[in-house]
Ligand binder design. Structure first.
Ligand SMILES: Cc1cc2nc3c(=O)[nH]c(=O)nc-3n(C[C@H](O)[C@H](O)[C@H](O)COP(=O)(O)OP(=O)(O)OC[C@H]3O[C@@H](n4cnc5c(N)ncnc54)[C@H](O)[C@@H]3O)c2cc1C
Length: 507
């Protein structure tokens, strides 16, 4: 490893890798420092009993030819190498409720989406059309979402002040349709009183455009990107945890690792949770305002999650090319609170797609919200490299009990699982806290509040002249969201028109 870089990037999640690719392609000498033994952040996969599990990528939106993520991935030189499978055109997501045997299907392509939902809600055809158009209109207000080079941001930002639940409820009075349209809000940590409509729109629109599953997990995205970053001379180093910035005057001149090693650089991009800035700056006064740090620490995080991965007996349970979002009630905007009494009030269930078989699944995954407070008693223990089960039996028992509760719910919708589970592997908010480095193990970074959009908005450029930020806390979360975030950060270094032209013309 060298000791002098143009740009050090903290974190090898997708946003960090997007920056590393783009900047190394432009000739910058780039080095990515990742604290984990695996690259990718939320793109990491893990293997248990020979089955591959995803940490944070269950499906990807907008990956068809002509759609935004496809074009970004072409620019990264990875599109043609990805092993992906398009999900069921008639049902990428299936929404269901207790006491209702029906399964409500969301289809891919806006036209098909409208036609299909209109068949399921014949009286609501106009409302569904209006909803689909509203999603598209809102997304059009974000120029990088559709890679529109000459388009600028609109003059007013009134669209940021719309609430997701209320906007949906204003489009239709049909309670079931309202619940269906908000039924997959686990995708963005939906909270009825807070979540903005534009967040709902940007996430949903991508999946309605097209939905894809990674075959053998999402870590392939990181692996392919790393290869291409290295081709441009960029470096990626694992097990290198950044601890502090070393300053010369007002600028960072080096980063110090937890090992004490110092690496010199001209500029730094951090994709680590902004909460870590206090640690990076340490007691060195004057670099970041107290009010800025206090604000960061007060921004509420999206909830965390409990995931269970059930390993299946071979050739027993069929692969399902759709995701299931199930809620016990139609009150889909209050799941985090309801979960406290009636866990799990809602879940996402799916079968990962592996190259072993297109017919049978080798595992079944389910996730629901869990707050870090529920794991408080083990809060002082840390999963670190080389010490990966530090929390003892009581923690394992807690997780096993939760996995059993989840399974009881799953059996109601998926009786085919009965008798076919060989083992179960789980993760809790503490796993996400330790692996990703967010203080509460939050799923999608900062919570966005429609009433105060600026409260959670952090600028890419910080007060430290050579420190920029990137990632899901700075922009929208998700694979498309953090790709855009990475590119936005690179606009601090590269002319906008040139970079966007390069992206749009990549083939
Ligand atoms: C359970 C779950 C399911 C999800 N499902 C989907 C999905 O189906 N589809 C979708 O599009 N999105 C999904 N997401 C969201 C998506 O995965 C994330 O929004 C995105 O990958 C975040 O990328 P990032 O680069 O911002 O951050 P991260 O991926 O969190 O990367 C940050 C990196 O920084 C490293 N780091 C932190 N601190 C330090 C330090 N001090 N020194 C060095 N390195 C450090 C971390 O180890 C990590 O690797 C899911 C997320 C979760 C958690």
């Amino acid at each position: 490893m060298d000791n002098n870089y143009d740009i050090i990037i903290i974190g090898s999640g997708l946003s960090g890798l997007a920056c590393a690719y783009t900047l190394s392609k432009e000739g910058y000498k780039v080095c990515v420092l990742e604290k984990n033994k695996q690259i990718g952040g939320c793109l990491q996969t893990f293997v248990r009993d020979k089955c591959i599990f995803d940490v944070g990528v269950h499906y990807i939106g907008g990956l068809s030819e002509g759609q935004s993520l496809n074009q970004y991935f072409k620019y990264f030189g990875i599109m043609d190498k990805l092993k992906v499978q398009q999900m069921d055109l008639d049902a990428f997501d299936i929404i269901s409720f207790d006491d209702d045997p029906k399964e409500y299907k969301m289809a891919q392509g806006h036209e098909r989406f409208v036609d299909s939902l209109s068949q399921q809600f014949p009286e609501e055809s106009q409302a569904i059309k209006t909803y689909s158009q509203m999603l598209q209109d809102i997304c059009d207000k974000f120029p990088l979402y559709h890679l529109e080079i000459d388009k600028t941001y609109p003059d007013t930002f009134n669209h940021l002040g719309l609430n997701a639940r209320d906007t949906i409820n204003s489009i239709t009075k049909n309670k079931k349709l309202q619940a269906v349209l908000g039924g997959n809000n686990l995708l963005y940590g939906g909270d009825g009183d807070i979540t903005p409509f534009h967040l709902h729109a940007m996430v949903l629109n991508g999946y309605i455009e097209s939905s894809w599953r990674c075959v053998d997990g999402g870590s392939q995205i990181a692996r392919l990107l790393v290869k291409n970053i290295r081709k441009h001379g960029g470096e990626i180093h694992k097990r290198k945890e950044v601890d502090q910035f070393v300053f010369s005057g007002s600028e960072i001149k080096a980063v110090r690792l937890t090992t004490g090693e110092e690496i010199n650089c001209k500029k730094v991009i951090s994709s680590a949770h902004p909460y870590q800035l206090r640690r990076f700056v340490g007691g060195q006064k004057g670099h970041l305002r107290k009010a800025y740090m206090n604000r960061i620490e007060k921004i509420k995080a999206t909830p965390s999650v409990f995931s269970a991965h059930y390993i299946l007996k071979p050739d027993t349970v069929k692969y399902i090319n759709s995701n299931y979002y199930h809620s016990k009630s139609e009150d889909v905007w209050n799941i985090v609170n309801d979960n406290k009494k009636n866990w799990p009030t809602a879940y996402l269930a799916l079968t990962p797609r592996t190259s072993k078989s297109a017919i049978y699944a080798d595992s079944f995954a389910a996730m629901t919200y869990m707050t870090i407070e529920e794991t408080e008693q083990w809060g002082d223990s840390f999963n670190t490299v080389g010490n990966e089960s530090p929390r003892g039996n009581s923690y394992e028992d807690f997780k096993a009990e939760k996995a059993e509760l989840m399974l009881k719910e799953l059996y109601k919708r998926f009786p085919q699982l009965k008798g076919n589970i060989m083992s179960v592997h789980t993760s809790s908010p503490l796993s996400f806290r330790d692996y990703i480095g967010s203080p509460t193990g939050s799923l999608y970074g900062f919570e966005r509040d429609y009433q105060d959009p600026m409260r959670s908005a952090l600028a890419v450029q910080t007060r430290i002249p050579n420190l920029s930020l990137t990632g899901q806390n700075i922009n929208v979360h998700g694979i498309l969201g953090v790709t855009v975030s990475g590119i936005l950060t690179c606009l601090n270094f590269i002319d906008r028109k040139k970079l966007l032209t390069d992206i749009v013309s990549a083939s």
